[in-house]
Design a protein around this ligand. Structure first.
Ligand code: SF4
Ligand code: SF4
Length: 346
């Protein structure tokens, strides 16, 4: 697979990296097999996070004794100097390495947090000391919020920026990318498949391949997923007029009220599975009716009626989605669909 330079880090990484979120959901043996298959297929950039439960440890086991030539990235949500130091120590242990290639401040999506990192003697100095000590090679930042991401890039203190980038939510990323380029800051595209909401893999990756200096990190849970992506990346083709039209159609259809399934809105005090409820219109187009209107998914939609409209989730949503309003709409849509489904069965 083609490799590209990751901005001023001078790291050379595969055009597509490995996103380490989904391997938390499968068995350890399966996770190790998936990571190893990705390496066989030419991926050398693996991204994980301290917060992804078993992900770092599983990647560490998969690469044990074979980390030569790999670029390992992880991140921390900690916001205290001691917390950063502890997370760094844990990440090194779990990944089984002496140094982390790219250590990122995770989900810096508000001005206050960015200030805390950049302030004189702030959290960045902790990472910089670790870099001087050889525990970290490069320092980056990840964000879901465009204004904060722009400020982070403009600060010129980070070597990489990770930001959501896919053709549904592309405006912000397309605004951020030139700023990163001006400063030679490496650009990592998270959520290339919109958090699992885009199932047209060729379209999603052809869109991203338009940006020659962007590395994307799809979350990979199954070998078949990466095997579907690799041929598109191996033989890049420009988008055809029909594909451009399809992108437009999908943008219109999914719109700006699009849940990225990032789960930052959780926890909900009454345990509503917010992202599943938010995704209902999209799932309703793709799932068999029996899966929509019976079983676990139906239970989650029924439970959504318990929403107290407290608004806590909206404060945590980095995309400022009108969650309360959308839950009401989606529950209504679910009930109407369920009535139809039951009529058909009667
Ligand atoms: S507004 Fe509803 S869904 Fe959101 S946290 Fe409150 S109860 Fe949960
Ligand atoms: S509602 Fe917002 S915070 Fe929650 S999963 Fe969707 S995009 Fe993420």
């Amino acid at each position: 697979m083609e490799k590209i330079r990751l901005g001023r880090t001078e790291l050379v990484v595969s055009r597509v990296g490995f996103g380490g979120i989904p391997i938390q959901r499968i068995s350890e043996d399966e996770a190790i097999a998936v990571v190893r298959r990705c390496l066989e297929l030419g991926i050398n950039f693996l991204d994980t996070a301290n917060g992804y439960t078993t992900s770092e440890e599983r990647i560490g086991k998969a690469i044990s004794g074979r980390s030569e030539g790999l670029v390992l990235a992880t991140k921390s949500l900690e916001r205290t100097p001691e917390g950063i130091e502890n997370h760094l120590k844990l990440s090194l242990e779990r990944l089984g390495v002496k140094s982390i290639d790219l250590f990122q401040f995770h989900n810096v999506s508000d001005a206050g947090t960015l200030d805390k990192i950049l302030a004189p003697g702030g959290l960045l100095t902790v990472a910089e000391e670790a870099k001087r000590a050889g525990l970290i090679k490069h320092i980056g930042v990840t964000s879901h919020q465009i204004d904060t991401a722009k400020e982070a890039v403009k600060s010129d203190r980070f070597e990489t920026i990770m930001f959501p980038c896919n053709f549904i939510t592309c405006e912000d990323a397309e605004e951020l990318l030139p700023l990163a380029r001006e400063r030679d800051i490496g650009f990592i595209a998270m959520k290339p498949l919109a958090g699992g909401m885009l199932d047209n893999i060729p379209l999603a990756f052809k869109y991203l391949l338009q940006f020659p200096d962007v590395v994307s990190i799809p979350g990979i849970e199954r070998v078949t997923e990466i095997e579907a992506i690799i041929p598109i990346v191996a033989r890049p083709q420009p988008l055809t007029a029909a594909e451009q039209a399809e992108i437009e159609r999908l943008r219109q259809e999914l719109g700006t009220r699009f849940c990225r399934r990032c789960e930052y809105c959780q926890p909900c005090a009454v345990e509503i599975a917010i992202s599943d409820v938010m995704a209902f219109p999209s799932l309703a187009k793709r799932l068999p009716l029996v899966r929509l209107y019976t079983g676990k998914f139906a239970e989650e939609l029924e439970k959504a009626a318990d929403c107290t409209e407290c608004g806590d989730c909206e404060e945590r949503c980095p995309y400022h989605l009108p969650i309360r309003e959308m839950i009401v709409e989606h529950v209504k849509m679910y009930r109407a669909g369920k009535r139809e489904y039951q009529k058909r069965l009667a």
